[in-house]
Design a protein around this ligand. Structure first.
Ligand code: GDP
Ligand code: PGA
Ligand code: MN
Length: 614
């Protein structure tokens, strides 16, 4: 019986596959034989297909179609309450050797892991459709297109992947024609249905596995439907696997927004920013500058692939095709550009609240709270309720070309020249609003020691400060020490004079009253202006042991209502705070063992000397 079903499935794949690419067909057939889905469906990427799958989900009750005209052609999904964020404790880098995964990653022997996964996937798709999603990260006309194929039993993943990556027939045809390498990315929610068993609205499994085989360039994800765990083109491919590719091939895959900024004089600069999850990338990527005459255009809000070109310039591309943004805090008063993109529709919201008008709401969308909502758990909600209406990690998933501020260079497979890099974290104290690194090596040190309070974007205790190198802690696909070395090597490769300038920023310093002392959001354009001035050799600064910070009157504060106390609290360097930082940095560096690049110990010693410490 099972044998029969399997050979039927194999025949079905043979008959319906829109490709003759043998390596792909073999993998699809083997996967179907193992997971035993009811049927196999090849995703073509069309609008008709998207609408049809969405309708099927609406009919099944696993997606809500929004009827409020403010959100055209948009849907809301609600996850299992236990499946709302990335699960770092269940995320593995299975390199052949444990030391190659490094201390920042969970590791298991690849053979042992494959045997565990084999058991988990055995029959895992029973009662479901197995979707085959061909995708490419970055433009399809890139010199070396980065292909992948995600096999998934989640229609939510299919719809979301079509927003976040270029998917479908064009990709499959080109991949097949050239028999190009593709990253096999296997995903199952891990909830097979027995005959007659009714489905739940968000199938998932208490056991979750998010597994990467960096040497093989393969991904396997089990048990979760949440974006960061299940949309495998995103963090799994474009950061974890791509970072390993980048190390081997001499480039960098980074957790960064990409922003093109044009000054009133008409000069353009490209700035990337590495901030941990839920720490302001999407907001800065979509900034609406409050300073007159400054124009911001975006290229990306989450991932940056940075490659040296033939002229030894670093160029940057965004491999993604959409935004997967944190909803809470996003509103017309904080991020009008995100709101304009969302208002065009075609968006999938996850774990937000529903309004009686058939729209969505989350904390911070409007200043005034609505009188009546259905919260993300499906309960009645009023402003008196004690729990938030939307989950703190609720998300909007929106096509990138819906933003009016998309830079033309977004479509250029060669990318755009990179001028400056910001590292940023969420820190109550110690880290000033903006500090210019003393050199590339000092900038790498600032990235390697980046620290930030944890957010709801991953499991763990919100608010606890942790070191998060280059905001890549959960995403480095190999040993962290080697990763820092890859950053240092860039300078040898392309020359000191060609390196982007590095800055450390912190929008989240708090004053005596425990409030953010800097207004943030659009006002961050004032910091960006100073960054540009520094690139141009202008902009007043004071030398401190950690680098140059703006003088009291160096930031353009035209039209900004900020108290002198708050300004000083934002921009000042305080030596005592850094005396407390040093032991934490030392403790952090000890974890690298002998993988810590000597340049990092050198920088630490230099900093201690400048602070007057031994
Ligand atoms: P991402 O996950 O790194 O892309 O972070 P987001 O841009 O989505 O922002 C995460 C959270 O931080 C949201 O709740 C934002 O409203 C908030 N946020 C972003 N930028 C700022 C800022 O400049 N100041 C303050 N205080 N909050 C910010
Ligand atoms: P982000 O990542 O918070 O950096 O936008 C998305 C996720 O994987 O949770
Ligand atoms: Mn984001």
């Amino acid at each position: 019986m099972v044998e029969n079903a399997a050979s039927n499935l194999a025949a079905q794949i043979e008959d319906t596959a829109p490709t003759k690419y043998k390596a792909l067909l073999d993998w699809v057939r083997e996967t179907a034989e193992l997971t035993q889905p009811d049927s196999v469906y090849w995703v073509n990427g069309s609008q008709e297909e998207y609408d049809r799958i969405a309708q099927e989900m609406v009919d099944a009750g696993s997606l809500v179609r929004l009827t409020d005209p403010q959100f055209p052609n948009s849907y809301a999904a609600f996850s299992d309450p236990a499946d709302v964020a990335r699960v770092e404790s269940r995320t593995f880098i299975c390199s052949e050797k444990e030391e190659d995964a490094g201390f920042t990653n969970n590791w298991k022997d690849p053979a042992e892991m494959k045997s565990i996964l084999n058991d988990a996937f055995d029959g895992a798709m029973r009662g479901r459709t197995m979707y085959v999603v061909p995708f490419v990260m970055g433009p399809l006309d890139a010199k070396d297109p980065k292909y992948g194929v995600e096999i998934t039993d989640s229609p939510y993943v299919v719809l979301s992947m079509r927003i976040m990556a270029r998917v479908g027939t064009d990709v499959l045809d080109k991949m097949s024609e050239t028999e190009a390498f593709f990253v096999p990315a296997l995903h199952s929610v891990g909830a097979p249905l027995e005959a007659g068993q009714e489905d739940v609205t968000w199938p998932s499994n208490d056991t979750k596995w998010i597994v990467h085989f960096p040497e093989e360039r393969a991904i396997v994800s089990y048990g979760s439907g949440y974006g960061g765990n299940a949309l495998l083109g995103k963090k799994a491919y474009s950061l974890r696997i791509a970072s390993a590719m980048a190390r081997d091939e001499g480039w960098m895959a980074e957790h960064m927004l990409i922003l093109k900024l044009t000054s009133p004089e008409g000069k353009s600069y490209t700035i990337t920013g590495a901030f941990p999850s839920a720490t302001g990338k999407t907001n800065l990527a979509l900034i609406d500058p409050t300073l007159e005459g400054w124009k911001a255009e975006t290229l990306g809000d989450d991932i940056a692939w940075i490659t040296p070109d033939d002229n030894n310039q670093l160029r940057v591309v965004n491999p993604e095709y959409g935004f997967f943004g944190v909803a809470p805090g996003t509103g017309w008063h904080t991020n009008p550009n995100a709101m304009r993109a969302i208002a065009k529709g075609n968006t999938i919201f996850t774990n937000v609240a529903l309004t009686p008008e058939g729209g969505v709401w989350w904390e911070g969308l409007t200043k005034e709270k609505p009188a009546q909502l259905t919260d993300w758990l499906g309960n009645d909600w009023t402003p008196d309720s004690e729990t938030p209406a939307a989950h703190p990690n609720s998300r909007f998933c929106t096509p990138i070309d819906q933003t009016d501020m998309l830079a033309d260079e977004y479509y250029d497979p060669e990318g755009i020249k990179l001028d400056a890099i910001l590292f940023g974290g969420r820190r109550d104290n110690a880290i000033p609003l903006v500090t210019e690194a003393r050199s590339w090596q000092d900038g790498v040190f600032k990235g390697a020691t980046l620290s930030s309070a944890q957010t709801a974007a991953a499991e763990g205790t919100v608010g606890v400060v942790r070191r998060d190198p280059m905001a890549m802690l959960p995403f480095i696909g190999y040993a962290a020490g080697d990763y820092i070395q890859n950053w240092l090597d860039m300078e040898d490769k392309i020359g000191t004079e060609n390196m982007p300038q590095i800055f450390l920023v912190n929008w989240f310093r708090r004053n005596d009253q425990g409030k953010f002392s800097w207004p943030g959001f659009g006002e961050n354009s004032r910091v960006l202006k100073w960054v540009v001035e520094r690139l141009e050799g202008k902009g007043d600064g004071v030398e401190t042991p950690i680098g140059v910070v703006p003088t009291e009157d160096a930031l353009d504060l035209t039209g900004l209502d900020i108290s002198q106390d708050n300004l000083l609290n934002s921009i000042s360097f305080h030596a005592e705070e850094w005396h407390d930082e040093i032991p934490m940095i030392e403790e952090w560096f000890e974890k690298f063992g002998d993988k810590l690049p000597a340049a990092m110990s050198e920088e630490l010693q230099g900093l201690k000397n400048r602070l007057g410490l031994k």
